[in-house]
Design a protein around this ligand. Structure first.
Ligand SMILES: Nc1ncnc2c1ncn2[C@@H]1O[C@H](COP(=O)(O)OP(=O)(O)OP(=O)(O)O)[C@@H](O)[C@H]1O
Ligand SMILES: [Mg+2]
Length: 262
């Protein structure tokens, strides 16, 4: 459903600040895949998402979504079929607007001051209740009052209100305390399963990378150095992943957030 064919990205090419971010990335994401992505700092994980979402254009190569070449399609057009969450819970929702206004915008049923139908309100209430964070009773409160975890859960709900073809999660639980991160991860798993979403999730948590999803990709220095699924992945432990990284990258995995999470 998503193909990356020979995708390359170099920042500041030809200058002293030249940085090769992605080298000849080839990836075939199948419908319903839930791919977890791990790798060292600066490996190119977020850049990969920036290429897919259209935040940056690739220097060369092609990106195909559902059979359509989207390589040169602008970000706001791709956003109709690609949902994205970031590490920062402050991104993705409007703090001055209420929970129900944010959800109405996400549903495409309204903007500032527009009427929100009773039907929509009860749908929002139902979906909020599933988060199990008490947000269904706070629909008229501004989003700015929510905690980081509540806000991230709401953003996830907004990003999947109209189920996207592809959901990109860039360390979306990394800024949360461990208990809240677990909760948001549980919600993520449920949403992905219920909506049958195709999802790619960057995480610094090696345990989570193996626990969630059906396929794991490891990146280093702009390349995909490991891509496992099925039985190979089921048998894989965190230590195996670390050893694989060392063998394939020629050095130990260096990721500050990953080390902090151990
Ligand atoms: N806008 C940019 N301008 C210049 N260089 C960039 C830009 N964005 C990313 N880079 C560089 O490209 C490389 C890949 O960065 P990227 O953010 O994709 O890494 P990452 O794997 O997401 O790392 P992290 O685990 O730290 O989030 C890094 O060397 C980074 O400094
Ligand atoms: Mg990143």
């Amino acid at each position: 459903m998503l193909q990356l064919i020979g995708v390359n990205k170099v920042f500041n090419a030809g200058t002293v600040n030249e940085k090769v971010a992605l080298t000849d990335i080839n990836l075939d994401v199948k419908p319903g895949d839930f791919i977890t992505i791990i790798g060292s700092n600066g490996a190119g994980k977020s850049t990969l998402f920036n290429m897919i979402s259209g935040y940056f254009y690739s220097d060369s190569g092609n990106i195909i979504l559902d059979g359509k070449d989207i390589t040169l399609l602008p970000e706001h057009i791709r956003a109709k079929s690609i949902g994205r969450l970031f590490q920062d819970p402050m991104l993705g929702s409007a703090p001055g607007m209420t929970i129900e206004e944010n959800l109405a915008l996400a549903a495409g049923h309204g903007g500032w001051f527009s009427h929100i139908s009773k039907k929509d309100k009860s749908l929002f209430r139902e979906k909020l209740a599933l988060l199990d964070m008490g947000l269904e009773d706070r629909m008229k409160q501004p989003v700015g009052l929510l905690s980081g975890g509540q806000r991230q859960a709401l953003t996830l709900l907004m990003a999947t209100m109209n189920p996207p073809k592809l959901l990109l999660l860039d360390e979306h639980t990394a800024a949360l305390d461990p208990a809240t991160a677990d909760k948001v991860m549980e919600i993520t798993k449920n949403v992905v399963e219920e909506e049958n979403l195709t999802c790619m999730m960057i995480t610094h948590n090696m345990g989570a990378a193996l626990e969630f999803g059906n396929r794991t990709i490891m990146m280093d220095s702009g390349k995909i150095i490991l891509d496992i699924e099925g039985e190979t992945r089921e048998k894989c432990t965190v230590d195996d992943l670390l050893n694989e990284f060392k063998q394939r990258a020629g050095e130990s995995l260096d990721n500050d957030r990953m080390l902090l999470s151990k």
